[in-house]
Design a protein around this ligand. Structure first.
Ligand SMILES: CC(C)(COP(=O)(O)OP(=O)(O)OC[C@H]1O[C@@H](n2cnc3c(N)ncnc32)[C@H](O)[C@@H]1OP(=O)(O)O)[C@@H](O)C(=O)NCCC(=O)NCCS
Length: 184
């Protein structure tokens, strides 16, 4: 039976923070500084998710989906709907726990979150930012037809300037088509 995917609840906050911190270090440990992982990132993620879950999530502005493996967080993703963002919907996170990777869960999390897009964001672009050196994530985005729109040099505390790539898709249906299992 596939792992169920559902909207996140406030009770998921700590598990999301835990996975965000742990998986970031695993995925970017070779790119960003030990100082960043020890001193900056945990507090940054705690603040982000505490703010997001401080009140009810406004579905016109934000969507957060989790994969819930019998009470164990297997993965999560989020999307930010900001009409003033020229790049359109921002796919803000996509994280899958080590024990659950390469089973199609990232693909299913994205398919699920696409279904939550508000009407005003169905035909607008989608974008995300990925560290240039995060090759597994880039393999996924390339496979899903993402186009690299720009390369930015980002500043992370304790690290030299770090290249970040912006991937884009023209609209929801194009990404959905790439995610569909028959394209595997
Ligand atoms: C990137 C990540 C989300 C992928 O999650 P996943 O559930 O393993 O991905 P899926 O199983 O849905 O993979 C879909 C396709 O993406 C590609 N892909 C995914 N992981 C890959 C990897 N490690 N190497 C090469 N290709 C990969 C493959 O084409 C795969 O299809 P296939 O398994 O049929 O070959 C996961 O590795 C992760 O959480 N990484 C750490 C956090 C992170 O870097 N997030 C992205 C931040 S920008």
């Amino acid at each position: 039976m596939p792992i169920p995917i559902r909207p996140a609840r406030a009770a998921d906050r700590d598990a999301i923070i835990g996975m965000h911190v742990t998986m970031s270090r695993k995925a970017y440990g070779h790119i960003l500084s030990d100082y960043y992982f020890a001193e900056v990132l945990p507090a940054e993620k705690d603040k982000l998710w505490s703010e997001r879950f401080a009140g009810p999530v406004d579905p016109e502005r934000l969507s957060i989906m989790v994969a819930d493996a019998d009470g164990v967080l297997a993965g999560f993703t989020s999307a930010v709907f900001d009409p003033s963002d020229k790049w359109g919907t921002y796919l803000h996170h996509l994280y899958v726990g080590s024990d659950f990777q390469r089973q199609g869960l990232a693909r299913r999390l994205w398919l699920a979150i696409l279904d939550t897009f508000p009407a005003a964001f169905l035909d607008t672009p989608i974008s995300l930012l990925a560290l240039e050196g995060n090759m597994p994530a880039r393999a996924l985005y390339d496979r899903m037809g993402g186009r690299i729109e720009e390369r930015i040099l980002a500043q992370y505390p304790g690290s030299p300037d770090t290249p970040v790539l912006r991937y884009t898709w023209p609209h929801r249906d194009e990404l959905r088509q790439k995610l569909a299992p028959h394209t595997a």
